[in-house]
Design a protein around this ligand. Structure first.
Ligand code: TRP
Length: 337
């Protein structure tokens, strides 16, 4: 791995079981591309998942499942560093320094926290959910990441990472790279099939609105065929007036590596039914090998765990170096940490 490449880092939570097509087209697909041009670090953020209650057995299964799906999607341990967040304890050690650098008011203004806390109520909201942004900042800064590929909803957390890196550097001398957001392409944003103005997401969508990649192809075909489409019959990309059709066009174009214009052209004069039938076929053809590869990794947990152990070892080498410097800068006595 060439070290002169810019470094990217990103993470995905192991909370959902199967990835859905929005996870894949919106994020993971671009992670796969970035491993060829960047020094890429990708992790399954199991510690972040603990900010909400998790069943231990499910968490363990979902963590392996997330890693298996990342590999099945094309992340290659020879071309990137893939690991599980909790295998690198330095993240939580750096988090303490970040928490001590963050104002209480500043943390209270994080919109994702405010939204989730408002939904759950204070008594059901963990302090971990409150300090989650500082853990995420540590995930990023500990690898001296140049760029962080994330969706728009994570922009404020990247902004915090930039602020804390600058604050730390200003106070103690240059220690951290100030990361840039690498906001994932808007065209790759996938919407709920039933509510095509809302992003496809496990927490917000009904099962009918989500295409799960590990689902039975028949179930996915059925969901695509009953996707909400718009009045009129013309197949045209128009997010404003035809959100349902536009969403199907996006999925089609991305999976077939075509432009939206090419897909529009293909369906000129045809009805919604033709688009849906073809799309169900395309998704099913794409998902079949993905499911098989995921299954192979899950059927061989030893190989999977050894890939993750190697990833963690590579990640730890970088993380330890940064943590040692940061501990030293703030005035902690050198010792065993
Ligand atoms: N908070 C991110 C999400 O929910 C996941 C995440 C955790 C992450 N640590 C990260 C993303 C570091 C990028 C970099 O999507």
């Amino acid at each position: 791995m060439a070290n002169d490449r810019p470094r990217v880092l990103s993470g995905i939570q192991p909370t959902s079981g199967s990835f859905h097509i929005g996870n894949y087209l919106g994020a993971v697909r671009q992670w796969v591309a970035l491993q060829e041009t960047h020094d890429a670090f990708y992790m399954v953020v199991d510690l972040h998942a603990l900010t909400l209650p998790q069943d231990p057995k499910e968490l363990r299964e979902n963590t392996r499942l997330a890693a298996a799906q990342l590999l099945a999607a094309g992340l290659d341990p020879e071309h990137c560093t893939i690991f599980v967040q909790s295998h690198v304890p330095e993240h939580t050690q750096l988090t303490w320094l970040m928490e001590c650098l963050t104002g209480f008011g500043e943390a209270s203004r994080m919109t994702q926290f405010k939204d989730k806390a408002a939904r759950q109520g204070n008594e059901h909201t963990s302090v971990g959910l409150f300090t989650y942004p500082m853990l995420m900042v540590s995930d990023i800064l500990i690898y001296q990441a140049d760029q962080v590929p994330v969706g728009e909803d994570q922009r404020q957390h990247i902004e915090l990472a930039r602020n804390l890196a600058e604050r730390f550097n200003g106070r103690y001398g240059k220690t951290f790279t100030v990361p840039e957001p690498y906001i994932l392409r808007e065209t790759a944003k996938i919407f709920d099939l039933q509510e095509p103005t809302v992003k496809m997401s496990k927490s917000a969508s009904s099962p009918k609105g989500i295409i799960d990649l590990l689902d039975d192809p028949k179930a996915s075909a059925k969901k695509i065929k009953s996707a909400v489409t718009d009045t009129g019959s013309e197949i045209r990309f128009d997010r404003e007036n035809k959100p349902g059709v536009s969403n199907l066009l996006t999925i089609h174009a991305t999976l077939t590596d075509s432009t939206i214009a090419e897909v529009e052209q293909k369906y000129a004069g045809k009805g919604y039914g033709a688009l849906k039938t073809d799309l169900a076929e395309i998704v099913s053809e794409w998902a079949a090998p993905f499911r098989d590869r995921t299954r192979e990794f899950l059927d061989d947990p030893e190989t999977l765990d050894s890939i993750l152990a190697k990833g963690a070892e590579k990640a730890r080498a970088v993380a330890t170096e940064t943590l040692t410097q940061a501990y030293d800068k703030v005035g902690l006595l050198p010792g065993k940490h």
